[in-house]
Design a protein around this ligand. Structure first.
Ligand code: GP9
Ligand code: MN
Length: 427
């Protein structure tokens, strides 16, 4: 019975990939700073517009000579309609979002065994989310409590004056600047999640913030996409400098990730001009790459890791870096740094991608020829089944609120949402 948590646990425990000894436990006690790059797709990395790099700072982190950060260049978002909320859910729970709507909203009162709660219980971490929008958006205020997030600095903690706000909320530069004192005030070690906002559809930007000319496809969203990406890149560089000045850079684990696409397939015509090729179903799937970058102080990683991977894999990876065995928990991803990492990436709609081929809309495509594969192997059929199976298991966890019936280990304490209160500064 797949509605049973034991069935789910058997599946995830079996999928588990054992830790990479080089990384296991190396992050214990270090602060973790996780930076969310709104709507950022990997094609921006090293992309040149009008002969200029669009995101020179991120490019420098992704650079093949920069071993300070490991850049995963075959990392994919796995979100659906829940967009940012799905990315947050996936990254901190290693569960899929739901096929429709946002689990953050519809399952916001479920029981979770999320990364912030685990880090608190197992390693004494304080957790905090920073975001310049209202706490009610995506039902964050409610679900964050279920996830055991201790502090939530929403827009009420920032100066939301007209000149500092655009589109959905606070601009990224004042966001990082005003976050610094709050970040510094956290009890260490902390797990801090910084959620940017300016690089969001329809990519609005004030003249004084635009430091690169728009693209010239005639599709406004696509054209401005590069300008808000540049602005975010500058905001990020500024944040890194502030972290260094505050002494919070050197010994911190820093993770950077893109949440989902910014340019939907309604813009394929303009994207064809940008990329210089037709946006076929396979190309569209390839464009779902988002960056994932990580630095673990004291470990010299690879500059670039080509493993096919996704957002689901981040939580088990981080647990292992903290010296916590991921196998205890219900997780659909596997440690990105493990030699046993499972290199098929499931998308929410049942499509999936591997290094050599993809399965999109019922068709298998060969990555080398870009053509449809007609002789489908047993392995391909099996992987297809596995993808549907794990989506179903994950859905059962959320629909049935099954984590209520699961105890990861003897000393696990269920999170009590009533213990959290996020307060307000500007009330
Ligand atoms: C809103 C922001 C945007 O607070 O996180 O969410 P999205 O529209 O990208 O899902
Ligand atoms: Mn988003």
């Amino acid at each position: 019975d797949s509605n049973d948590i034991t069935t789910v646990a058997n599946y995830t425990k079996n999928k588990y990939a054992k830790p990479n000894e080089v990384y296991f436990g190396r992050g214990k006690g270090k602060n973790i700073i996780k930076i969310h790059l709104e709507s950022f797709q990997s094609f921006l990395i090293d992309y040149k517009l009008h002969g200029e790099e669009v995101t020179p700072f991120l490019n420098s982190l992704a650079d093949e000579n920069n071993k300070n950060f490991t850049y995963f260049d075959n990392f994919f978002h796995q979100t659906e309609q829940g967009k940012t909320a799905d990315a947050e859910l996936i990254m901190d729970n290693s569960l899929f979002g739901l096929p429709q709507g946002a689990a953050f909203v519809t399952k916001g009162n479920n029981t979770f065994q999320s990364l912030p709660a685990i880090l608190d219980q197992r390693r004494g971490y304080t957790s905090a989310v920073f975001h310049g929008d209202d706490r009610t958006f995506w039902n964050r205020e409610e679900i964050y409590k279920e996830m055991g997030i201790e502090h939530f600095f929403d827009s009420s903690y920032y100066h939301m004056s007209d000149d500092q706000v655009i589109n959905y909320g606070l601009k990224d530069k004042p966001f990082f600047e005003e976050s610094m004192p709050m970040l510094k005030s956290l009890k260490e070690p902390f797990y801090a999640h910084m959620i940017t906002l300016t690089h969001h559809h329809p990519f609005l930007i004030d003249d004084e913030d635009a430091t690169i000319d728009p693209a010239e496809t005639g599709d406004g969203s696509v054209d401005r996409y590069f300008q808000t990406a540049r602005y975010m890149d500058e905001a990020l560089e500024q944040f890194f400098n502030e972290l260094k000045e505050a002494g919070l850079y050197e010994d911190s684990i820093i993770m950077i990730y893109g949440d989902h696409y910014g340019i939907s397939d309604n813009h394929n015509q303009a994207m064809k001009e940008i990329i210089g090729e037709e946006i076929t179903p396979l190309k569209n799937a390839e464009l779902q790459r988002v960056p994932f970058m990580i630095r673990v102080p004291g470990v010299e990683g690879e500059a670039i890791n080509h493993e096919y991977s996704g957002q689901m894999d981040v939580m088990p990876t981080l647990l292992h870096i903290m010296g916590i065995d991921a196998q205890d928990y219900i997780q659909f991803g596997t440690d990105l740094l493990s030699e046993e990492h499972k290199d098929f990436v499931s998308f929410r709609n049942g499509d999936f991608m591997t290094e050599k081929y993809s399965h999109i809309n019922g068709v298998f495509y060969d990555h080398e020829t870009k053509k449809e594969i007609t002789d489908i192997t047993k392995k391909m059929e099996e992987t297809k089944k596995k993808v549907y199976h794990e989506l179903e298991l994950s859905d059962n966890v959320l629909y049935g609120d099954l984590l209520r019936f699961y105890s990861p280990n003897d000393d696990w304490e269920p999170v009590d949402a009533t213990e959290y209160d996020y307060g307000k500064r500007n009330n």
